[in-house]
Ligand binder design. Sequence first.
Ligand code: PLP
Length: 373
Amino acid sequence: MNLFDVYSLFDVTPVRAQGCRIWDDKGQEYLDLYGGHAVISVGHTHPRYVAALKDQLDRIGFYSNSVKNPLQEQLAKELGEASGYTDYSLFLDNSGAESNENALKLASFQTGRDRIVAFHRSFHGRTSGAVAATDNPKIVSPFNANHKVTFCDLNDAAGVEKELAKGDVAGVIIEGIQGCGGIHVPSDAFMLELEALCHKYGALLLLDEVQSGYGRTGRFFAHQWAGVRPDVITMGKGIANGFPCGGILIAPHIRAAKGMLGTTFGGNYLAMAAALAVLAIMRDEDLVGNALRVGEYLKDNIPASPLINEVRGRGLMLGMEFNCPIADIRRKLLFEKHIFTGVAGSNMIRLLAPLCLSQDEAATFITALKEVL
Ligand code: PLP
């Protein structure tokens, strides 16, 4: 049997990793400024993280959501404190797309409406509603396209109000910072307007923090830079440092009903052990502060170059927009300088390093980039 051939692969086979370093099967060391697509938050194979998972596996690996699981309650408490959302509720699932699917569903349950407003250049995942709210026709099948989704321009409050005023919008879904669409940061003023408009027209504000959340931008959630309080906040990626896990934070005015959401694997013991270890490490090692400091250092030191139009983003969610295709530059960074980076579209290198990236490691990248350019 062959693998279903949907991924473009680099000819690299990682076999070991630690902190922000990866080693391949030939013993070559790499610096990781990609974090496995923004997933590695506390660093690869952090000893506390590894110990927590091994210890949990020795106790109990899985049961179902039909019995009590105190680890879920502990995570809800600690996540409330870490994020500042102590009065919200937590629903646990397995991925970013599933989190967004649940958020869209909740907005529709809560309002009785069936249309969603999303934004141009958005990415919300591959499942049915999430991909329908994703502005990329290439990954939307005719089946997905039956959802009622209207796309507005980012930072265009008047455009959003025109749609909300029609009275049938259940929710507005927006990324804290647009990731796959090319690191576009919504303005703080726009976020505040969006919050006010959602209140005015009875739609829910759904914040997709799957990529921009969990400390990546130097705040726990990117939307906290603007000071808004969404109705639903969606999470994934960094929440468990690579153990599959997702979740949504739900505002107190949204009431649960038995059976309205559910999942087999969501909130399982291993995911909870991983997520609790991540929060403890983030707290003890001040990784949100580190993401801010090292992210600013990176942004300030990316060399001025006639090839680079703009550097966008916050903390360790940065995009360098080139005025030419970057495939060659990225390949040189990987195969000549042994540095992993991400990409958005054809002209942007996206940096999504683990939150523990040191300033020395950032400096290594800057030197390598200068040499490659
Ligand atoms: N939302 C955003 C903003 C993302 O960047 C992603 C993944 O890249 C997702 C949702 C989907 O997450 P997952 O791949 O875990 O389903």
